[in-house]
Design a binder for this molecule. Sequence first.
Ligand SMILES: [Zn+2]
Length: 143
Amino acid sequence: MDVPVGPHRPTVDTDSESWWQAIQDRRLLINTCAACGRRSLYMRPFCPHCWSDDVASTHASGRATLYTWSVIHQNAAPFDASTPYVVAMVDLVEGPRLMTVIEDCPIEKLSAEMELTIAFRDDEDGFTVPVFRPVTDFGKEKK
Ligand SMILES: [Zn+2]
């Protein structure tokens, strides 16, 4: 599966098709290592921490906390009506860190370690991307 690229789509440091395929089914997959107990986003048949191949793919809860973020005001895509948008690194409660986009959060409300939950956004081309939004409902304010 070719993952369509977009200026405001999350990137995951994995070349796995199965991870993105699960996202299309609105499931966030992580790997759990039976040898060291650590979890990762790498949908590879081994653990990136201890190199054990005793890993199993499990569903993540979709809960996360905000680690860091950047507000994108402009990008090279012409006529991109989505700016400004927030690109962020979030820490899943299971451990792995994910680069994603924060939606439905006023920029001034962003704060480190704020609680987030996953939301699946269906783009116009039918491709589903994982984004995160605050657990606290700030209301859908117009950007
Ligand atoms: Zn391991």
